[in-house]
Write a new protein. Structure first.
Length: 201
């Protein structure tokens, strides 16, 4: 009997160890097309899915969320291998992709569904997100204080298929929107002289 139990225990341990490598991160940064493109295909990122999070409804779709009445955020959920990348690196990418001093939306996209937020899945993620805000404020990277909330993760609803990988499916339209909304120009100017800045040393 002991010999039968041992292989089962080893199998369970190996499965747990494999799944433990995969972690989740969820960020809202305005238009989810733009947020998804930041993380897609980065080393250690297994998937980046556009969708809707938080909110007052038990389901979400683009028509309802875009009205601003459901209180959902447009967001991106990232599955990553923590042996190949880290939550710290994801935070570095996130802060470089938004205007964290704007609580009314992002760039041309206005309304509660476009507000930026970090949704933490673990206590460690909460700690790192809050720490990164303190560091950025002290470094005066932005002229005003960061107003991005760090909130507990509640739920996530994947967006419709035509929203997924939009930067790949419609690259010309995506690029036009990225700069036309003001995001591209703002980020280019903001970080052009701060390329070597690291939040976490």
């Amino acid at each position: 009997m002991k010999f039968k139990i041992l292989p089962l225990f080893i199998s369970f341990f190996l499965c747990f160890a494999a799944s433990a490598k995969e972690q989740l991160a969820t960020f809202a940064g305005g238009c989810f097309w733009c947020t998804e493109s930041v993380f897609d295909d980065k080393p250690g990122v297994l998937s980046a899915i556009s969708g809707y999070t938080d909110g007052s409804k038990s389901d979400a779709n683009y028509k309802a969320v875009s009205s601003g009445s459901t209180k959902h955020y447009e967001a991106v959920q990232i599955k990553f291998d923590d042996t190949k990348t880290s939550y710290k690196k994801l935070l570095e990418l996130y802060w470089r992709s938004i205007n964290p001093t704007d609580s009314g939306g992002q760039f041309a996209d206005r309304g509660p569904q476009y507000k930026p937020a970090v949704f933490f899945h673990t206590v460690e993620q909460k700690k790192l997100a809050q720490e990164s805000i303190v560091i950025l404020d002290k470094a005066k990277i932005f002229r005003r204080k960061i107003v991005v909330p760090v909130l507990p993760f509640k739920n996530f609803f994947p967006a419709e298929e035509y929203h997924q990988d939009y930067h790949k499916k419609k690259p010309i339209h995506y690029k036009s929107y990225y700069y036309g909304s003001g995001r591209g120009t703002y980020l280019d100017l903001k970080w052009i002289t701060k390329k070597d800045f690291k939040i976490f040393k």
